[in-house]
Design a protein around this ligand. Sequence first.
Ligand code: ADP
Length: 490
Amino acid sequence: MNLVVVSNRVARARASEPLTGGLAAALLPVVEKSGAIWVGSSGRVRDGVHKDTFAEVEALGAGALALLDLPAAHYGGYYEGFANSALWPALHSRSDLIRASQDDYQSYREVNAFMARALMRFRKPDTAFWIQDYHFLALGAELRDLGVRNPIGFFLHTPWPARAIVGAVPHHRELVEAMLAYDLIGFQTDDDCENFLSYLQSELGLKIDDGVVTSRYGKSRCAVFPIGIDVEKFAVQAAKAATHPDVSRLRRSLNGEQLAIGVDRLDYSKGLVNRVKAFDRMLTSQPELKRTVSLLQIATPSRGTIEAYGNLQSELAKLVSDVNGRHGEADWMPIRYLNRGFNQTVLAGLYRTARVGVVTPLHDGMNLVAKEYVAAQNPADPGVLVLSKFAGAANELQTALLVNPHEIDGMSRAIATAFSMPLTERRMRWEAMMRKLRAGTIQQWFADFSDALQDAHASNKESASDLPAVESPKSWPLHVVGWRSGARVH
Ligand code: ADP
């Protein structure tokens, strides 16, 4: 099988660069090994005078990375608009934050159609397409409209919320109907999959048979594939990173105090305000902890041009400075607050230095930081994970200290408990979590989805053959830059 993986954001394989964002970070090691072509946005746009799709192709492990310039006229409406101001808030159960115009929706569909046309260049008879995430809900339908009969799978990295919330997304029916062009639709958790199936039944009146739904496109299978991480690689990286100068400096600066760490994109779904409030509450109710513990909160700005993100950044900066102002002393600050990225090695070392990992999103598809924190621990003296029960990872990491991220008092008590947990209990909890991580690595996830996509497509072939044939466009010039010999692109 020739695999083409598609996502909005792609990762470049430079270990020295920060990789913020779960999807890109998760996919990089497996795509590198699989020989797949990974197609995504170059981060640049082109205006409409260039009718062709421009791709810069470079080698990536055994495969290749193809970076596309997206159409300038539609990029804003697609990315900041429909994807991140309508779909993202809705998928994280924040329908109050939905802001999208008709033009945004149009741009979203245009970019999905543009990507479909661009992908025709990468299609061979045995190609399977694997589309990632909410940026491309309609891409499968666009590919089918271009006559593509190859296997097409889709994986949603975010949650899929309850029907009423999906109903708040403009054009939700059209979008979900378009999703049924996929042979396989993967979700992070059982709840997400059940919510999706229940939408299909109640909103679209479709029948579901053992996770398989029949529509005008044929059959689509819906199933759960919890995403994992490269556990062993992360563990080795973390052990090595202990001697990295940035990590040694952090350790020295602690003066024996215990550290809690939070690492997130600055996003309202991550529960950062409540987390800082919980830390504040803990120091107020247990003042004896002052000078013995502190929080390192890394919050990398993202989507800054969207109002809700700008507001959150100001609110959080103000809150942190207020907490530091009230509890801090001339030679001690309760919260170190950083707005920058770190490379993966340093990040692994920072996780290992922290006695407590605080991962308290209000909603999260999986949350890879939770898994990375666990994998990075020293087996002889592991730290404790405080984890929101609303992160997908809570389904697997049940021996973390599970908290309700809306309940400040409960979180503050859990963080204090984590700081004082004896070694034997820490080890028991950590070992149980590591068993789960080892049973569900990113490699396993990749293999499971690819196999399931082949199966789903094989059993769907009959219904797919009823579709009318559509000629594929033949005139999409492609600029190939820096591609080695034996090019797969033709
Ligand atoms: P999301 O995909 O919503 O951002 P995840 O927790 O699933 O959330 O994934 C975040 C990924 O980004 C993790 O792999 C994490 O290591 C990485 N990351 C987050 N913040 C930083 C940062 N400041 N520097 C480097 N990597 C980061």
